[in-house]
Design a protein around this ligand. Structure first.
Ligand SMILES: [Zn+2]
Length: 282
């Protein structure tokens, strides 16, 4: 398709520019760009991603295509008739809609989730956890505690499929439903009111399907790229420097070694506790 050619060239140039960047974690939610992710690379483990969103990055993909009557397989279009009406891809939410700040943690439950929960409890801060369904059975205690501590739940697909935009409606629905079922097997009836596409790769179809299941599509406004393990101080500087009233902040409690994130939280949480109202997304 002619209209894709310049995009492809731009992306190729970007990929070359970024080629020197170190390997990092494929499940990142800021390396969302589907055209820059590797097909089938949906394991939340150790494959290198090729994309780097800008650090603040609710980075809208440049221009919405005029030809969005077909389901897009390029960058997410901005806000068509999408139920969420936010400013992220396909109308996903980047802010809380109030002055409150929402901390969100992706890619758990995993080995660092309890440490994050401990710190949140220590500072009496509520947050939102975006859950990978297939990890639930191994960490039911984490799921129970998220609910018991008053945090909220977000569906982050069954297997962190970074190519979710390419899937059929039935496949997308199954990714979401299977995850909600796994969570509800542990915490029956717990509300799951948010969905976050792996890598933030929302499409209008994904947003619509999530809405049909009672879930708002959740992007972010502040992204310290903690999955790249930049070190605690870089995470602290990014999050404290960029968060403002209403921000949705993206961090990770799963998907790899999150010790840097945990260390950063020891500074971020007390700082925020004195500056913002922090909420579990309602
Ligand atoms: Zn993720």
């Amino acid at each position: 398709m002619a209209r894709r050619l310049p995009v492809a060239l731009t992306l190729a140039a970007l990929a070359l520019t970024l080629g020197a960047c170190q390997a990092a974690h494929a499940s990142t939610d800021s390396a969302w760009h589907p055209a820059l992710t590797q097909p089938g690379n949906d394991q939340p483990s150790s494959a290198p991603p090729v994309s780097h969103a800008p650090s603040r990055a609710p980075s809208h993909p440049a221009a919405p295509s005029p030809a969005q009557s077909e389901l897009p397989d390029g960058p997410p279009a901005s806000a068509p008739a999408a139920p969420s009406a936010g400013h992220g891809p396909a109308g996903s939410l980047t802010t809380t809609g109030s002055s409150a700040v929402a901390l969100t943690f992706d890619d758990g439950p995993d080995g660092y989730s309890m440490a994050v929960l401990d710190l949140l409890a220590e500072y009496h801060i509520k947050a939102t956890f975006c859950i990978i369904g297939r990890q639930v059975a191994a960490h039911p205690d984490v799921i129970r505690r998220i609910v018991a501590d008053g945090h909220s739940l977000c569906n982050h697909t069954w297997d962190h499929d970074l190519m979710l935009q390419k899937r059929s409606a039935a496949q997308i629905t199954a990714e979401m439903q299977r995850t909600n079922d796994a969570i509800h097997a542990v915490v029956p009836g717990a509300p799951i009111r948010y969905f976050r596409a792996p890598g933030g790769g929302f499409s209008p179809q994904i947003v619509q399907i999530a809405a049909g299941m009672g879930m708002k599509s959740l992007y972010w406004q502040v992204d310290p790229q903690d999955w790249r393990k930049p070190g605690p101080q870089a995470i602290i500087n990014n999050v404290i420097g960029h968060t403002r009233p209403g921000s949705v902040v993206l961090m990770h409690d799963g998907g790899g070694d999150r010790s840097g994130t945990v260390t950063a939280l020891r500074t971020i949480l007390p700082n925020f506790a004195g500056r913002f109202t922090l909420i579990a997304l309602p």
